[in-house]
Design a protein around this ligand. Structure first.
Ligand SMILES: *[C@@H]1O[C@H](CO)[C@@H](O)[C@H](O)[C@H]1NC(C)=O
Ligand SMILES: *[C@@H]1O[C@H](CO)[C@@H](O)[C@H](O)[C@H]1NC(C)=O
Length: 316
C-alpha cells in the first residue's frame, strides 16, 4: 500500500514539475526565469576562449571513455560532428558492467557529449586529439601507482569495480582543473558554462567516490589490495606526477588532512577549508600525459593535447 501510494505521489510530483517547467517557458515572460546581466558586460572574452578550450581535451577523453565502455561505440556514432574529424580513440572497449554501473556510465557519457556541445557553442572545439584508452595503458598507470607490476595486469573493462576504479582517475582531474581556471575567466557566459561544467564533473566524481567508498574494505580480486588502497595509491601518483604537493586524496586520509582535521573518512577530496583543490594547466598535463612533464606527451594523449595552451607547452 505504502509503495503504491509513494508511486502515485511520485507521478503527481513529476506532473507538477513538468507543468511548472513548462509554465516558466511559456506562461510567464522570460525575465522571470533568466538572469539579467549588466548592459555593458561581455559574454566571452578573447582570453576565455583558450582557457575554456583547454579542458576540451579532458572532455573528449571522458566522452570517449564513458561512451565506449557503456555503449560499445563513441562520438563517431553518437555525434560525429563534435569529433571535428579527429582520429578515433585507440583501444576503447565496451566494458563488462552490471546494470547499475552501466546506467550511471551511460548517463555520464551523454553528459560529456552535452559538455562538448556547450563548449562548442561557447568557445568552439578543435579536432579530437588522439586518445589511448587501451586496457594496457590503464594497467601501466596502475602499476606506476603501486610501484610494481600488478599480476594479472589491471583491466578497466573487466568488471564494474575495476571500471569504477579506472573512472576514479578521470573526472577529478577535470574538476580541479575547472577550479584552477575559474579565477582567470572573465565573460559572463564563459563563467556560467565553467560553473555548470564544474558542478557536473564534481557530481560525477562524487558518484564514483561514493560507489568506491561503499566497497572501501573490499579486496580487488585477484590483487592483495583493498578498494581504499587503490584510491590512495592513484591519488598519490597524481600528486607525484603534478609535482605541487597534496591536491588529491584517497578515500581515507590521516586525520590532519580530513575535514576540520578531525576525521579520516574522506569520501570527498578537499583542502584545509574543505574547498576543492585547484590545479594549473601544467599540473593537469603532467597527470594526463603520465610523464610528470607538460612538454612530454604520453599516457591518455600519445600525441599531446590540442588547443593553444596545450600546444604551447608541447612546443617548448
Ligand atoms: C558547433 O558549433 C557550430 C558553431 O556555433 C554550430 O554551427 C554547430 O552546429 C555546432 N555543432 C554541434 C554538434 O552542436
Ligand atoms: C596481503 O596483504 C596483507 C596486508 O597488507 C599482508 O599481511 C599479506 O601478507 C599479503 N598477502 C600476500 C599473499 O601478499
Amino acid at each position: 500500500m505504502a509503495l503504491i501510494l509513494s508511486f502515485y505521489s511520485y507521478i503527481v510530483m513529476f506532473i507538477i514539475l513538468m507543468m511548472s517547467s513548462k509554465m516558466c517557458t511559456s506562461f510567464y515572460p522570460q525575465q522571470l526565469c533568466k538572469p539579467i546581466y549588466p548592459a555593458k558586460s561581455i559574454p566571452v572574452y578573447k582570453k576565455d576562449i583558450d582557457l575554456l578550450q583547454f579542458p576540451v581535451n579532458l572532455e573528449y577523453l571522458e566522452a570517449e571513455f564513458f561512451l565506449f565502455s557503456a555503449l560499445g561505440h563513441g562520438l563517431d556514432v553518437v555525434e560525429p560532428e563534435l569529433a571535428m574529424g579527429g582520429p578515433p580513440p585507440i583501444g576503447a572497449e565496451k566494458a563488462n558492467l552490471d546494470l547499475l554501473t552501466r546506467k550511471i556510465i551511460t548517463e555520464f557519457a551523454y553528459q560529456e557529449v552535452g559538455h562538448l556541445r556547450a563548449l562548442n557553442n561557447t568557445v568552439g572545439l578543435f579536432p579530437r586529439p588522439k586518445l589511448d584508452l587501451r586496457a594496457e595503458n590503464f594497467a601501466k598507470l596502475f602499476d606506476e601507482a603501486f610501484g610494481y607490476k600488478l599480476d594479472p595486469p589491471f583491466n578497466p573493462y573487466h568488471n564494474s569495480l575495476n571500471y569504477m576504479l579506472a573512472s576514479y582517475v578521470i573526472p577529478y582531474v577535470g574538476l580541479v582543473g575547472y577550479v584552477g581556471t575559474n579565477p582567470f575567466i572573465k565573460g559572463y557566459r564563459s563563467k556560467r558554462v565553467l560553473a555548470g561544467l564544474l558542478g557536473v564533473e564534481s557530481g560525477q566524481d562524487a558518484v564514483i567516490r561514493m560507489y568506491l567508498y561503499e566497497r572501501a574494505e573490499k579486496v580487488v580480486y585477484p590483487y592483495n589490495h583493498t578498494v581504499a588502497d587503490f584510491t590512495i595509491q592513484i591519488s598519490n601518483l597524481r600528486n607525484k606526477l603534478a609535482m605541487c604537493g597534496i591536491k588529491d586524496e584517497g578515500l581515507f586520509v590521516p586525520p590532519e588532512l580530513g575535514a576540520e582535521q578531525r576525521i579520516s573518512s574522506n569520501v570527498l577530496s578537499a583542502d584545509y577549508y574543505s574547498l576543492s583543490y585547484q590545479r594549473t594547466q601544467q599540473e593537469i598535463l603532467r597527470i594526463v600525459y603520465g610523464t610528470g612533464n607538460e612538454h612530454i606527451p604520453g599516457g591518455f594523449f600519445p600525441e599531446g593535447g590540442k588547443g593553444k595552451i596545450a600546444i604551447k607547452f608541447l612546443k617548448k
